[in-house]
Design a protein around this ligand. Structure first.
Ligand SMILES: *Cc1c(COP(=O)(O)O)cnc(C)c1O
Length: 367
């Protein structure tokens, strides 16, 4: 079986983890600071604030914007459930804008079409590792006084015209086990805003500014030095990781793009793609349903994934909630039935990729 994701650590991680264990200081300490500094450099921002995971990083980023009840966060309906849960946890109302089939992300146009008088925050999700059109979205935000929180959980280092995801307002990253950079569980908030960065550091640590000085009712969202020790070497070698994923995506597309009915993912002009997922679309003209297609891949030993099988709000628990406002999203509703993600990770061999291409061709020609 060729797995959709693998976690591989080297001697550098082992050495740092051992160093932390032997130091006796395993809570948030110097290694967390070191990870923050290197990650801020990767994103090209002044501040990076480490937290316990990508969901708490979204919650904190929204909370620090001081929204009032009824204020709306406008996001993508085509995302992992954490995006929606974080909005609700922060006490805001979630609303949605349709996506583009070019990059699976919201655009300035779809956001503008879905904005209301209550919209306060735009929360684009850079799905699969390709940054949304942040040039356009930033203009929309500036024109209307919206804040930006980027859900960059899948897009570490993806950029548009040289500017990285997570640098356009508040950026939120995840270091969960399957993400491009992992600490097992972990997250990071990035920003150029000195005041917000200071308040985020307070918020993650029980609302404490100085010892026993509680400024807000805060959280324990801290990361540990053990986790940071696992992340530091991965940030250092991330350029190589992304280059390998980019080469793999190119190789897969060269083999798959000729297969009738299958649409390969595109890297749009002016953007870089860090290929968290390599996601094809099985369109109606393929003559096989997406789910049958995945079964055929599975039979051939290819670990394919469906991210995501439904739109984020399309579950009973989110229906009839006043804080989840749902409309019609024709593009997302179509795409959600077509997507299949194939392995693209840095540890694939050329032989693995030939097998994947061959399996896709066979699955698509069954009918
Ligand atoms: C992984 C992910 C999150 C949440 O991150 P966790 O670290 O798992 O809490 C949020 N949004 C998106 C789009 C994700 O892929």
């Amino acid at each position: 079986m060729i797995p959709i994701t693998v976690v591989e650590f080297g001697e550098a991680e082992e050495k740092l983890v051992l160093e932390v264990l032997r130091s006796g200081n395993i809570a948030q300490g110097p290694k967390v600071k070191e990870l923050e500094d290197s990650f801020a450099e990767l994103v090209g921002v002044k501040h990076a604030v480490a937290v316990s995971n990508g969901t708490t990083s979204l919650v904190a980023a929204i909370e620090v914007l001081d929204l009032k009840p009824g204020d709306e966060v406008l996001t993508s309906p085509f995302t992992f459930v954490a995006t929606l849960n974080a909005i609700l946890e922060a006490g805001a109302t979630a609303t949605f804008a349709d996506i583009s089939e070019d990059d699976f992300n919201v655009t300035a146009d779809t956001l503008a079409a879905s904005a209301s008088d209550h919209t306060r925050v735009l929360m684009p999700v850079h799905l699969y590792g390709q940054i949304s059109d942040m040039d356009g979205i930033s203009r929309l935000a500036a024109d209307n006084g919206y804040a930006i929180v980027e859900d960059s959980a899948q897009s570490h280092g993806s950029s548009q015209n040289g500017r990285s995801s997570g640098s356009f307002g508040l950026g939120s990253f995840s270091f969960y086990a399957t993400k491009n950079i992992t600490t097992g569980e972990g997250g990071m908030i990035t920003t150029n805003d000195d005041v917000l960065a200071g308040r985020l550091r307070v918020l993650r640590n029980q609302g404490m500014r100085a010892r026993y000085q509680y400024e807000v009712a805060g959280h324990n969202y801290r990361m540990t030095d053990l986790q940071a020790a696992v992340g530091i070497p991965q940030v250092a070698r991330y350029g190589g990781t992304v280059a390998a994923r980019q080469r793999n995506a190119q190789y897969l597309s060269a083999g798959i793009e000729r297969i009738p009915g299958i649409v390969v993912p595109r890297q749009l002009s002016g953007r870089s793609h860090v290929w968290h997922q390599y996601t094809i679309r099985v369109t109606p003209s393929a003559g096989i349903s997406r789910d049958e297609f995945v079964t055929k891949l599975d039979e051939q030993g290819i670990g394919a994934g469906i991210y995501y099988p439904k739109l984020v709000f399309d579950y009973d628990t989110y229906r009839n909630r006043a804080d989840v406002r749902i409309g019609a999203y024709p593009v997302a509703e179509r795409i959600v039935k077509e997507v299949v993600s194939l392995p693209v990770h840095q540890n694939l061999s050329t032989g693995d990729m030939d097998r994947i291409i061959e399996a896709v061709a066979r699955a698509a020609s069954t009918n």
